[in-house]
Design a protein around this ligand. Structure first.
Ligand code: CA
Length: 553
């Protein structure tokens, strides 16, 4: 018997050479700098690395090592994954494997799209990258399919339809591997959809569960929707969640209610604009917290839910934090969902504060007027105080580095028209631009929402942020510069022109003792599509991958 077990173990090890990306490896991702196995450089999505070869004094010697063309003129937002000497990336139409030291392509697999695939997802034809697990890569596609590929060859192993894209759905999200389940979200909150999360078997592609983010008739929470409004109520799940392996809870944000006009769906509209804590094996909702009940303003609650241990009121708490589109910076206990903090981090006029007892926003007279059908100016705009571009959290400095937005909008409700697959707003609106800076990179104290420093920019930065043990903060501009700032002062220490707008997610990693930084450029995404900012007309399209390291001495 004993011998049999030993033989079985040996066999399973031999059968899966890539058993390297086990559940444990994913859990320890942040600690192992030779690989990047998870979206956000760790299950907690801190986008922080202790690496410090590149620091405040050496960053002056940071130079490009290689560049790889993605052969795509769309916005590039893919999060790089690195394992066993191979880097994996996506565009909306391909998955590629590269040698991370040379930038040479190992394989490239195209996504086959039906001719009628919509060429307009709401906010950009993008893809945010692959997940990796036991020798396979997992990605989503614009026509709402989930695909598994062989990491060695790029061969498609299985492809499953999540839902019919003709009903307004699409997928750009990076899957999350949690407790051996591939969890995926869905986009389409502006198109009259009903959102959900799916859990898939990584081996076979069998769907294990679906959790709709809007309860059906007869389910708890459906009473927060009048009539049949829940059927097209939105609550998309278009950004990747975080995972606490100890608690076995996945934290996933949900997007806006549909239509934007709230007067036709009176009630809280669960579970729109919320965070859901779910069991990855079953999709069961363990707790939820709703940021913006009966949201009029497209304040999606999907932004990254960063895990950290913070001292709150003299006590160490395991928390998730989020810089919400609605302009408040939230801290919640991640075991119970208890609200611990909610403070403004940008200009906010829709609510005075969040009531800490009920967890509900205390809305202003302006919002009351809007709910009566009047035209008013509101801050922040539908873009939010922060959009999708992920922030970084430096656990030593206890600062979140966040690309924030500084503009409002005028807003008036009108009769919504539901034509499935087209915009479902029921609102007339126009952006309200400030004089000067439309965005600030801020170093925010999560406990107060206050900034230690901020760096403005005329065209707002829409890239992700990376923080390192070298005391550096990396991010990019829509005009192409990839930049490094002093984490303590905000002073700009280094900049490199990448040749197209940078809206990607910078990461850092090591090989043979050398620290590298990788980021994608390629202008596009929500701001370039909807702002009408004429200054972007002179920024060339063209996506590529840049990798940097210190010049050898
Ligand atoms: Ca939305």
């Amino acid at each position: 018997m004993k011998r049999l077990i030993v033989a079985a173990i040996a066999l399973s090890a031999a059968a899966s050479p890539a058993a390297a990306q086990s559940a444990k490896d994913l859990e320890n991702d942040q600690k192992n700098t030779n690989s990047i196995l998870t979206y956000g450089m760790g299950y907690g999505q801190q986008r922080y690395s202790p690496l410090k070869q590149i620091d405040k004094s050496t960053v002056q010697n940071l130079v490009p090592v290689w560049n790889y063309s993605l052969a795509s003129n769309r916005g590039q937002e893919s999060h790089p994954i690195i394992h066993d000497g191979v880097m994996y990336l996506t565009t909306h139409e391909s998955t590629v494997a590269l040698n991370p030291l040379t930038g040479k392509q190992i394989w490239k697999t195209k996504v086959d799209y039906p001719a009628e695939t919509p060429r307009v997802a709401c906010c950009g034809i993008v893809n945010r990258g692959v997940a990796i697990y036991q020798g396979k890569l997992y990605r989503t596609t614009l026509d709402a399919h989930v695909v598994a590929l062989d990491a060695k060859t790029g061969k498609v192993i299985w492809k499953q339809k999540a839902i019919d894209f003709r009903a307004g759905y699409s997928q750009t999200v990076t899957p999350l591997i949690a407790n051996g389940v591939v969890v995926t979200g869905i986009s389409g909150g502006e198109y009259g959809i009903r959102g959900f999360l799916d859990g898939w078997d990584p081996e076979t592609g069998k769907r294990l569960w679906r959790r709709y983010t809007i309860p059906a008739k007869g389910e708890k929470g459906n009473e927060t929707w009048p009539g049949d409004t829940w059927k097209h109520g939105g609550a998309p799940t278009w950004l990747t969640g975080t995972y606490d392996a100890k608690l076995d809870l996945v934290y996933w944000g949900t997007g806006n209610a549909g239509p934007w006009n709230p007067t036709v769906r009176k009630g809280d509209n669960l579970y729109t604009n919320s965070v859901l804590a779910i069991r990855p094996k079953t999709g069961e909702i363990v707790w939820h917290y709703q940021f913006s009940p009966n949201d009029p303003y497209d304040y999606d609650g999907v932004n990254e839910l960063v895990m950290a241990t913070l001292q709150v009121d003299g006590q160490d708490r395991d928390v998730i934090m989020q810089a919400n589109r609605n302009g408040f910076f939230y801290i919640l206990d991640r075991k119970t969902g208890k609200l611990l903090r909610a403070n403004k981090f940008v200009k906010v006029t829709w609510a005075d504060k969040i009531d800490m007892k009920s967890g509900r926003p205390v809305e202003t007279a302006i919002t009351a007027s809007i709910r009566k059908g009047n035209k008013e100016e509101i801050w922040p705009s539908a873009f939010g105080g922060k959009n999708w571009s992920p922030m970084a959290f430096d656990p030593a400095r206890r600062l979140a580095f966040v690309n924030t937005l500084n503009f409002g909008w005028t807003y008036k409700t009108v009769e919504p028209k539901l034509r499935v697959g087209t915009f479902y707003f029921g609102v007339e609106f126009a952006w309200v631009w400030p004089q000067g800076n439309r965005g600030y990179l801020k170093a925010i104290d999560p406990l107060t929402g206050n900034s230690k420093w901020q760096v403005g920019s005329g065209i707002p930065r829409m890239a992700g942020v990376l923080a390192t043990g070298g005391g550096l903060v990396f991010t990019g501009r829509m005009t192409g510069e990839f930049e490094a700032f002093d984490a303590d002062s905000g002073q700009k220490l280094w900049s490199f022109q990448t040749g197209s707008g940078t809206i990607g997610q910078p990461v850092t990693w090591t090989a043979n003792g050398r620290q590298y930084i990788t980021v994608l450029n390629g202008v596009g995404g929500v701001y370039s599509l909807f702002s009408g900012d004429k200054r972007l007309a002179s920024v060339p399209a063209g996506g590529s991958v840049w990798t940097f390291a210190l010049m050898p001495k």
